[in-house]
Design a protein around this ligand. Structure first.
Ligand SMILES: [Zn+2]
Length: 208
């Protein structure tokens, strides 16, 4: 069987494109239709694809890895590719986070991290495996995300595509434990270092 990704992953690309390309509110209708022709994010094709992937998400279906790569390539050609990839990574993290029950989400945020760390890690592992096709591990005060089969690798110049996962990991830890630590891309497939790996500082800050 060919490789698959969670339908939320391609949906995150399309939602980010739609968000970035949305016109300012006071732009008149004529200009919008003019923009539609120029901007990918406003085209009917994108709306149709968003509907298709949204349905797939509801049915918990997985979709084609290659199709997701195709969408990443379209983003990679844009001059604002990094901004779109980052927005998409944050979208994926936010949606993935919503799959944790509200009660658990609250616990993770308010209890001392000493108690919640194993639970946080377990959820982070599950979300990373399902939505990012990645593996999460912890060494000391660092959280690692390793993605063996990146959807965005080589879809943009240099390692711009990798900012998708970087932004996703950062947002996920911010939501889960209000972590304010930085994320570093410690190993990259585009540099011939095998798989792509990111390291996040585990710096939870608790709500008052
Ligand atoms: Zn990379």
């Amino acid at each position: 069987m060919s490789a698959t990704v969670d339908a939320l992953l391609p949906l995150s690309f399309l939602e980010a494109v739609r968000h970035v390309d949305a016109p300012e509110e006071d732009v008149d209708a004529e200009l919008v239709s003019d923009l539609r022709n120029k901007r990918l994010g406003l085209s009917d094709t994108v709306y149709m694809q968003i509907r298709r992937f949204t349905d797939a998400v509801k049915r918990r279906q997985r979709t084609s890895h290659d199709e997701a790569v195709g969408l990443a390539r379209l983003i990679g050609r844009r001059p604002d590719a990094e901004a779109v990839f980052r927005a998409a990574g944050r979208y994926l993290a936010r949606e993935a986070y919503q799959s944790i029950s509200p009660f658990t989400r609250r616990l993770l945020l308010i209890l001392p991290s000493l108690f919640t760390r194993p639970m946080t890690l377990r959820h982070a592992r599950r979300l990373a495996a399902r939505y990012f096709n990645g593996r999460v591990s912890r060494i000391g005060a660092s959280i690692y995300l390793e993605v063996t089969r990146s959807v965005t690798i080589d879809t943009a110049p240099r390692s711009v595509g990798c900012t998708y996962y970087e932004a996703g990991l950062k947002e996920l830890l911010r939501l889960m434990v209000n972590s304010v630590g930085g994320v570093e891309h410690v190993r990259c497939g585009t540099r011939g270092e095998g798989t792509c790996t990111w390291r996040a500082e585990w710096r939870p800050t608790k709500a008052e």
